[in-house]
Design a binder for this molecule. Structure first.
Ligand SMILES: Nc1nc2c(ncn2[C@@H]2O[C@H](COP(=O)(O)OP(=O)(O)OP(=O)(O)O)[C@@H](O)[C@H]2O)c(=O)[nH]1
Length: 394
């Protein structure tokens, strides 16, 4: 059967009911998936005035550059296209624009640049006077929206490490108000801007980028639902699905996120990778330090356990739970295997025919009782933790 018959477009993406042609997923589990790496990737554009911090964000989040090293970055003078799909689960390109870009330059092709773009991240330096940045933001948004009404506009109020807490809130309120007023004045009141306070010197930039990326993942509600069921049946308090290299979390359960939990999980990934680098591979062996055997459990002295397991070579599940709930580690391990299988299925559905795709997606998106029948749960003595447990382990 040809790819088209199977539901593929010529470009290698699925013709079907997904909202956008975004390519995600493990490319090592199924030969079919590799076709996506040869095609045009969905794009996230990084724009903003000169020296606002665009290249630093890209280098810190996706290339492990330490924040202090960004002091020596040279100014970008042409569009830098960074394809991060080789190292990351989320397959997209990031285009870093020079600050002085001129929209009226005839070589600036808005149709091409904004046409296939998923998200436009506009970076504003909060330590500087931001009036000029707001003008540029308005010009950029109106230009992009004219070409592509589907773009998500994300505004990073950046370098907030230099501001006091009160000043941060006040700056965000002021920028939000002015940017939306500008849009209203030009009749663009249906354009939605999202604002984030960010800095490369803490985890805020990773958190903000996580939210930007999550909005581009059509499978997000399904993943969230899977994680909800997993944590409820396993006595876990919080679970994140991490892209290991970037430390972007592509999904979490629906309980509230506190920054400390996120930071703790990020730190755990660093520890596991560092220890694996030193002790994980036999001497003089080339290979990935994160593989199917990667797993770790860390018990903290405050009665909390951190639990990390590999989902595929790019993705890790990191959970936080109470020590007493870790007594039944076998059950958690078992449930994790169900979750891992389900997660892989969710992403591979994307590469099946639209007909099959609808059916499978429905299974995962419907009520909890329709989830994989083999999901384990705490035995009946822990009834408080059960939610219509499918098959109980005895
Ligand atoms: N304090 C602080 N400085 C930052 C932050 N992010 C970037 N910088 C600094 O801002 C300066 C400019 O950063 P770049 O990343 O080169 O800025 P850019 O927007 O790419 O600049 P152009 O390439 O000229 O458009 C560098 O000295 C960075 O170290 C941040 O979160 N906090």
């Amino acid at each position: 059967m040809s790819y088209e018959e199977e539901g593929y477009s010529q470009a290698g993406y699925v013709v079907g009911s997904f909202p956008k042609d975004f390519g995600y997923g493990p490319d090592d589990h199924d030969g079919e998936v590799q076709i996506i790496t040869t095609t045009q990737k969905p794009r996230i554009l990084l724009m903003g005035l000169r020296r606002s911090g665009k290249s630093s964000i890209q280098k810190v989040v996706f290339h492990k550059m330490s924040p202090n090293e960004t002091l020596f970055l040279e100014s970008t003078n042409k569009i830098i296209k960074d394809d991060i799909s080789n190292s990351s689960f989320v397959q997209f390109q990031i285009w870093d624009f020079p600050g002085q870009i001129d929209f009226f330059d005839p070589t600036f092709d808005s149709e091409v640049i904004f046409g296939g773009c998923g998200a436009l991240v506009f970076v504003i330096d909060a330590q500087d006077d931001y009036m000029e940045a707001l003008n540029k933001l308005h010009m950029t948004v109106s230009r992009a929206y004219k070409v592509n009404t589907e773009i998500r506009f994300e505004v990073f109020i950046h370098k907030v490490d230099g501001l006091s807490d009160d000043h941060k809130i006040e700056t965000q309120r002021d920028i939000n108000q002015r940017a939306n007023d500008d849009l209203l004045d030009t009749g663009l009141d249906n354009v939605h801007l999202s604002f984030y306070l960010t800095s490369i010197y803490d985890h805020s930039i990773f958190e903000a980028f996580s939210k930007v990326v999550q909005k581009l993942i059509p499978q997000l509600p399904t993943l969230e639902n899977l994680l909800n069921i997993f944590i409820t049946n396993s006595g876990i308090e919080k679970a994140f699905l991490f892209d290991v290299v970037s430390k972007i979390y592509i999904a979490t359960d629906s309980s509230p996120i506190d920054m400390q939990s996120y930071e703790l999980c990020c730190d755990m990934i660093d520890v596991v990778i560092d220890v694996s680098c030193i002790y994980g591979l036999p001497e003089e062996t080339e290979g990935s330090t994160f593989d199917e055997q990667s797993c770790s459990t860390i018990k903290l002295n405050n009665g909390t356990v951190l639990y990390l397991r590999e989902i595929n070579r790019f993705l890790a599940l990191v959970c936080i739970l109470r020590e007493e709930n870790f007594d039944r580690q076998g059950l958690i391990d078992y449930n994790f295997h169900c979750l891992r299988q389900a997660t892989q299925d969710v992403f591979q559905v994307q590469f099946k025919s639209p007909r099959k795709l609808e059916g499978t997606t429905k299974v995962y998106e419907s009520e909890q009782k329709s989830f994989p029948k083999n999901f384990g749960s705490f035995p009946p003595c822990h009834e408080d933790l059960l939610i219509e447990a499918p098959t109980l382990l005895s």
